[in-house]
Design a protein around this ligand. Structure first.
Ligand SMILES: Cc1cc2nc3c(=O)[nH]c(=O)nc-3n(C[C@H](O)[C@H](O)[C@H](O)COP(=O)(O)O)c2cc1C
Length: 356
C-alpha cells in the first residue's frame, strides 16, 4: 500500500467534482490524421486512463492556423468534433472526466506541418530559434511569423470560443487553455515575443490581456467557468520564450480570480523561482501543480497546501493504471521516448496494466 493518501481524496474544482487528485497532464502524441481528426485509437488510449481524477488531452488546434506540429488534432470541423465525442463517451463509460486542451502554436510553426498556406502569426514578428520535425522534410527551421494586426485579434479569440463550444457539445467535461510552453498565449505573456505597443503589449496589464480575454470568451462559450482551466509555465526556457517581468504572473492570477475557473495548472519550469509558492497565496481557486512529481512528492505538495491536485505527464504514457499503481505501491513502467510522437498503437495503447 502507498502512503500517498492525499492523492486519493476527492476534489471540488470550481464546481467540477473529481474522484481523486491525480490528473493526467496534456501530452501531444501525434497520431491524428493530416486533417486533424483524432486517431480511432484515442478513445482506447484515454479511456484506459480514466481512473485519474481528470484527464487533460493533448494540445488541440482551434483552427488550422494554430497548427505547428505534424499529426496533431484539431477541433473546428464536424468530423473532428465527432471523433472527440467518441473519446469523451469512452472516458465517461469508464467513469472518468476529460478536458480538451486548446493549443494555438503561434510562431512555433513550419509550413510542412500546416494545412493552410498562410504565414504563422505571433504577437510580434519575432522568429523562434530552433527546428521542428516534419514528415515531408525531416527537421526544418521554424517559419518567420508575422505580427497579428490589432483588428485580427478578436477573430483569433473567437476561434478559441468556437472550439470550446464544439468541445462542450461533443461531451467533453471542459477545456484547458494552453498558455504555457512558448505557444501563442505564452507569446503574448512574454517579454521577448510580445513587442507590441498597443493594448495587447507593453506592461503586464497589456501582455496578459490576450489570455484574460480568451478565457472570458471560453467561459462564455462553455456556459460555466467550472468547464474552463488554464495551464501556465512561468519562466520556462523552451521555444525561445522569455518572461523577464516578475509582475506578469501575479497580475495574470489576480485578473483571473474573478472568473472562477475550474483550476489553474502550473507547470514547474522556472530555473530560479518557485512559482507554486509565489502564486498559491494569490490564487483563490484550485491549483494543479505539474512537472517532475512522484506519488510521494505530489502527496506532500497537497499536504503542505501548495497544490490541490498533481498533474503527471510521462508516468501516464507507460502506466495507464497509474492511480492504481500509486494506490497499491506497484513499480512504474518506463516510457519509450522513441514512440512518443510516432503513428500507430506501438507505444500508445500497448502498455500493460499491472494493478489488480
Ligand atoms: C510526449 C509529451 C508531450 C507533451 N505535450 C504537451 C502538450 O500537448 N501540452 C502541454 O501543455 N504539455 C505537454 N507536455 C508537457 C506535460 O504536460 C508535462 O507538463 C510535462 O511532461 C512535465 O510533467 P512530468 O514530469 O510529470 O512528465 C508534453 C510532455 C510530453 C512528455
Amino acid at each position: 500500500m502507498s502512503n500517498a493518501s492525499e492523492l486519493f481524496q476527492p476534489l471540488n474544482a470550481g464546481g467540477l467534482a473529481l474522484a481523486n487528485r491525480i490528473v493526467m497532464a496534456p501530452m501531444t502524441r501525434s497520431r491524428a490524421t493530416p486533417d486533424g481528426v483524432p486517431s480511432p485509437l484515442a478513445a482506447e488510449y484515454y479511456s484506459s486512463r480514466a481512473s485519474a481524477g481528470l484527464l487533460i488531452t493533448e494540445g488541440t488546434q482551434p483552427s488550422y492556423g494554430g497548427q505547428g506540429y505534424a499529426r496533431t488534432p484539431s477541433i473546428h470541423t464536424p468530423e473532428q468534433a465527432a471523433a472527440w465525442k467518441l473519446v469523451a463517451d469512452a472516458v465517461h463509460a469508464r467513469g472518468g472526466r476529460i478536458f480538451l486542451q486548446l493549443m494555438h502554436v503561434g510562431r512555433i510553426a513550419q509550413a510542412n506541418n500546416r494545412q493552410v498556406a498562410d504565414q504563422p502569426v505571433a504577437p510580434s514578428a519575432v522568429r523562434a530559434p530552433g527546428q521542428v520535425w516534419t514528415d515531408q522534410g525531416g527537421l526544418q527551421n521554424y517559419d518567420q511569423p508575422r505580427a497579428l494586426a490589432l483588428s485580427e485579434i478578436p477573430a483569433v479569440i473567437a476561434e478559441f470560443a468556437a472550439a470550446t463550444r464544439l468541445a462542450i457539445e461533443a461531451g467533453l467535461d471542459g477545456v484547458e487553455l494552453h498558455a504555457a510552453s512558448g505557444y501563442l498565449p505564452h507569446q503574448f505573456l512574454s517579454t521577448n515575443v510580445n513587442q507590441r505597443t498597443d493594448a495587447y503589449g507593453g506592461d503586464a496589464a497589456g501582455r496578459i490581456r490576450f489570455v484574460v480575454e480568451t478565457l472570458q470568451a471560453m467561459v462564455a462559450a462553455a456556459g460555466s467557468p467550472a468547464r474552463v482551466g488554464i495551464k501556465i509555465s512561468p519562466e520556462m526556457p523552451f521555444n525561445g520564450i522569455e518572461d523577464k517581468d516578475p509582475a506578469t504572473y501575479p497580475a495574470l492570477v489576480e485578473a483571473l480570480n474573478p472568473l472562477g475557473l475550474a483550476y489553474l495548472h502550473v507547470m514547474r519550469a522556472s530555473p530560479t523561482t518557485d512559482y507554486l509558492a509565489l502564486l498559491r497565496p494569490l490564487w483563490k481557486g484550485v491549483l494543479v501543480a505539474g512537472a517532475g512529481f512522484t506519488a510521494e512528492s505530489g502527496a506532500a505538495a497537497i499536504a503542505s497546501g501548495v497544490a490541490d491536485a498533481i498533474a503527471y505527464g510521462k508516468f501516464y504514457i507507460a502506466n495507464p493504471d497509474l492511480k492504481e499503481r500509486f494506490e497499491q505501491g506497484l513499480p512504474l513502467s518506463e516510457a519509450d521516448g522513441s514512440t512518443f510522437y510516432t503513428p500507430g498503437a506501438k507505444g500508445y495503447t500497448d502498455y500493460a496494466r499491472a494493478s489488480v
